[in-house]
Design a protein around this ligand. Structure first.
Ligand code: PLP
Length: 382
């Protein structure tokens, strides 16, 4: 990596915001206390955690007591799903979409072996969910509907507000994986009354190793990790420095969401316009759907994404094929397959994900480099 590296893999992880680095370092130096300790050093750590909790709650228009810190979004997703099932032992059914993150789908595959019934709703060619199918999928034994807010591979948004209403009308709990929406879209939980919501700090410029689960007031379920921390909802001494970093990232996101999200969307559109104009085989997956403004999933005909990515990497440009967790693998992405792409099309797809730090100069350079790479590869393939 050099100073000139262009990083367009922000849905995999983001660079820390300088403000977060400062806050985390200050905490590591001076805030080493255990927030459960009753002395001054512990009290100092507790106050820092309280501030961070208020900032996370602020981003969601929620109450601080509704935030449970976790080590990751994977943990938050698992806590939400396992917790909802444990709270409703007479309802062994979960409804999800076929394009949820692997952290959700792999847990559900595991739970199926224990007798939990799982309905995976299909999406159409634009990655959109059919609400009528959701309505039909909910039955009297459904404990939970879990739908992501924004897809990590395509950016396509699900109609979370309508889906929550539908679930609640049938007395069913609603969880959303909002990992790719946080910091990019307003998440107002007073307006969209989800019961449970997962976040990951490292997707919006906080450190890795910290996430959060929003648990609506009054909703009780047994913890996965037992211990007195987080109001008995998640045991284990808290990662105070990372939590402080997440708090700062939430403050930044809340303060600058309007301007930064608009700028990011304009650059994503500039990238797509340039790519479509200069590369005849390019097509945007989910391009006509409502999408989170930083994500672009581009299918390059039948040309291998891995080869393009390798050439981009050599030119100092980082992007990924499908989800980062499957990068390097040859399996087509489950998201693109669910949208009806052929195996060859899925394996010809690259995800570009921008951040608040992406610049116009970088985007214009990426378009130039991509156009040159694709021109050469197309000529070679002919
Ligand atoms: N959910 C979504 C939509 C994601 O994109 C990710 C990470 O890529 C996760 C959950 C899991 O996050 P983590 O790996 O931080 O646990």
């Amino acid at each position: 990596m050099t100073d000139t590296t262009i990083y367009l893999d922000n849905n995999a992880t983001t660079a820390l915001a300088p403000e977060c680095v400062d806050a985390v370092l200050a905490c590591l130096r001076n805030g080493y206390g255990n927030p459960s300790s009753k002395h001054a050093v512990g009290e100092h750590a507790k106050v820092q955690m309280m501030q961070a909790r208020a900032a996370v709650a602020g981003l969601l228009n929620a109450a601080p007591a509704e935030i449970v810190f976790t080590a990751s979004a994977t943990e938050a997703n698992h806590m939400a799903i396992r917790g909802a099932l444990a709270a409703r032992p007479d309802k062994p059914h979960v409804v999800v979409s076929a394009v949820e993150h692997p952290s959700t789908l792999s847990l559900l595959a595991h739970l199926e072996a224990d007798g939990i019934r799982v309905t995976r709703l299909p999406v159409d060619q634009d990655g959109l969910l059919d609400l009528a199918a959701l309505e039909l999928a909910i039955t009297s034994d459904t404990a939970l509907v879990s739908l992501m807010w924004a897809n990590n591979e395509t950016g396509v948004l699900f109609p979370v507000a309508e889906a929550v209403q539908m679930a609640h009308a049938r007395g069913v709990l609603f969880h959303t994986d909002a990992v790719q929406a946080a910091g990019k879209l307003p998440l107002d939980l007073a307006q969209v009354p989800v019961d449970l919501l997962s976040l990951a700090g490292h997707k919006f410029h906080a450190p890795k190793g910290v996430g959060a689960l929003f648990v609506r007031k009054g909703l009780k379920f047994p913890p996965m990790l037992f211990g007195h921390q987080e109001r008995n909802r998640r045991g284990g001494t808290e990662n105070v420095a990372a939590i402080v970093g997440m708090g700062v990232a939430c403050e930044l996101a809340a303060r600058e969401m309007d301007t930064k999200a608009m700028a990011m969307a304009a650059l994503r559109d500039r990238l797509e316009t340039g790519v479509l104009m200069r590369i005849p085989c390019a097509r945007i997956n989910g391009g006509t759907a409502l999408r989170v403004g930083n994500t672009s999933s581009v299918c390059f005909g039948a040309l291998a994404a891995e080869a393009i990515l390798d050439k981009l990497d050599k030119a100092g440009i980082c992007a990924s094929s499908g989800a980062a967790c499957t990068a390097g693998g040859t399996e087509p992405s489950h998201v693109l397959s669910a949208m009806g792409l052929s195996e060859a099309e899925a394996l010809a797809t690259i995800r570009f994900s921008l951040s608040r730090y992406t610049t116009e100069t970088e985007i214009d350079h990426v378009i130039d480099v991509l156009a040159a790479i694709l021109k050469r590869m197309t000529a070679e393939a002919a």
